[in-house]
Design a binder for this molecule. Structure first.
Ligand code: ATP
Ligand code: MG
Ligand code: ZN
Ligand code: MG
Length: 499
């Protein structure tokens, strides 16, 4: 990609989140991720080129030096910062404007700095995964927050910390420490944050239907519970599920949140991938079979070891039962209780879960430590850099995250370590998983049949984790307030519903 000869016609709108807008190259398997600013104060908040460059560089370094080692080399793509011609960026911004969903237009794309992040297009499969004529399918799942209190899990043995690896293999019988003692509201021990947040979002008009998806079902490792979780995501994708075919978005929440996305349309896209030898597409029965197989492929990828060439590591990461069941999940109690099978240690879900569990004090335990850090920095402002509260994101940062003392010895190191662990866990609660798969080519299918394989259609797939930005140090007070708002709202709305 010659950066001096950029042409906006080579790029098209691909998608956006709250912080960035993404365009994809029409030929090469590349995307550009550009920053966004609130439109009402675009003038005031426009950063200098230097600041924007540093911001994106921070993202790259955080991905490379912190998230990659924690989540695994194969899942994380750190990307590179690029300086783009301003003319190109302005033309591009005009070009994509009409494609943008209305609900995202409260922010504008950064056209001032010319800085962007260049990444591989994860909705494509790399050429070494040769497929057949059917374009790859890609499912993006925004992970979101887990049960806050699963995070109480740490062994009494202080040498076994979460990152030590072995801790999580311990069967639930072993002596776990009690849930974070800092938690003040009992419901946080029973209902996951996502399910509570649903009530809050409904009340604020963000969505007008409750999602039945519960992340604890997805992370249970039980095929039955995972199946139902993904089915619920398909029924009500909100902003937690997107499906791409050949790099094009074919299924997501509608711009008009009142409208439900069309599952019939989706099944039309999917059935050429999942129909059986005799199968002509005919109505309800087949669409159910298509969805079943589709969901099974997704579950397989989520429990596998990152790509189809290796089989999953059999050792399991398992949560104590009481911490892996959310009372708000619509699943039948029996199924919930019996369905806690643990996750294969190498799987993308286990990797993300381990990092989420770095938040083992809960925001209620972290907030006082944040205040301790603030007070210390007020006295010794020069210490800010050494303590790396907001970067730089280098090996030293990762070291602080990994070696934080397990007990509060009153030190500033402990407070900083816990704050950094909390920030890293927040990233892992807000990331997305991309599962991209395509049917194997005919040759490969023949080869595969020589091995002992189930007689199912075989897919080649690849799994990645994206949207791994550092969460700002000074967002902790905001998180603290938000947490109590969500919990209080949940308590009020559920108790009044029972009256
Ligand atoms: P959020 O509001 O979730 O924090 P964000 O503003 O940080 O989002 P991203 O999630 O990184 O932005 O990107 C927005 C969307 O662009 C993603 O949901 C995904 O669909 C798409 N996208 C981002 N990176 C890639 C990539 N490397 N390949 C393909 N698609 C991508
Ligand atoms: Mg995102
Ligand atoms: Zn839940
Ligand atoms: Mg993000």
């Amino acid at each position: 990609m010659a950066l001096d000869k950029m042409d906006e016609n080579d790029w098209k709108y691909h998608g956006e989140g709250n912080k960035s807008l993404v365009v994809s190259h029409v030929q090469h398997s590349r995307v550009l991720r550009l920053l966004k600013y609130p439109s009402e104060d675009a003038e005031n908040t426009q950063r200098t080129t230097e600041q924007a460059f540093q911001h994106i560089l921070n993202i790259v370094e955080y991905n490379r030096n912190v998230m990659k080692p924690l989540l695994g080399e194969k899942y994380v793509h750190s990307g590179e910062v690029v300086k783009l011609p301003l003319d190109f960026v302005r033309q591009l911004s005009l070009k994509v404007q009409q494609e943008r969903p209305e609900l995202r237009c409260d922010k504008v794309m950064d056209t001032f700095s010319g800085c962007g992040l260049c990444l591989p297009n994860l909705t494509h499969l790399s050429p070494c995964h040769f497929g057949d004529h059917r374009p790859p399918l890609c499912v993006e799942i925004k992970v979101v927050t887990l049960l806050i209190l699963i995070c109480g899990i740490m062994l009494r043995n202080p040498r076994c910390n979460v990152l030590g690896g072995l801790t999580l293999l311990t069967p639930p019988k072993c002596g776990f420490l009690p849930f974070s003692r800092h938690v003040t509201k009992e419901c946080k021990r029973k209902v996951c944050r996502f399910c509570m947040h649903q009530h809050f979002k409904l009340a604020n008009g963000k969505w007008n239907r409750l999602s039945r998806y519960c992340p604890l079902d997805l992370f249970s490792g039980s095929k039955q519970r995972m199946f139902v979780a993904i089915k619920h995501l398909l029924e009500e994708p909100q902003n937690n599920l997107k499906i791409f075919k050949g790099g094009e978005l074919i299924y997501s929440c509608k711009d008009d949140a009142k409208q439900q996305p069309d599952l019939n349309e989706l099944v039309q896209h999917l059935w050429p991938y999942f129909h059986h030898s005799n199968g002509l597409y005919n109505g309800h029965q087949s669409s159910k079979a298509v969805f079943n197989e589709f969901i099974q492929v997704i579950c397989g990828a989520l429990l596998g070891s990152g790509d189809s060439s290796r089989s999953g590591e059999p050792r399991k990461v398992q949560l104590a039962e009481s911490r892996s069941v959310c009372e708000a999940s619509p699943l039948h109690r029996e199924l919930l209780r019996s369905g806690n099978h643990g996750l294969p240690k190498d799987s993308v879900l286990a990797k993300i879960l381990q990092v989420q569990m770095l938040d083992n004090l809960d925001i209620e335990g972290v907030y006082p430590l944040y205040k301790r850090v603030e007070q210390y920095l007020e006295e010794f402002p020069k210490e800010r850099n050494r303590l790396q509260v907001d970067g730089p994101y280098d090996e030293g940062f990762l070291e602080k995250v990994k070696t934080c003392p397990s007990e509060d010895d009153g030190s500033i190191e402990y407070a900083v370590g816990k704050v950094l662990q909390y920030r890293v866990a927040m990233t892992a609660k807000d990331c997305s998983i991309m599962i991209t798969f395509a049917p194997c080519g005919e040759d490969e299918k023949l080869q595969a049949n020589l091995e002992i394989q189930p007689p199912k259609p075989r897919f080649t797939y690849s799994v990645s984790i994206l949207d791994l930005d550092p969460k700002p140090y000074d967002s902790i007070p905001h998180q603290y307030k938000l947490d109590s708002k969500i919990v209080n709202y949940y308590l009020r709305s559920t108790t009044s519903a029972q009256d």
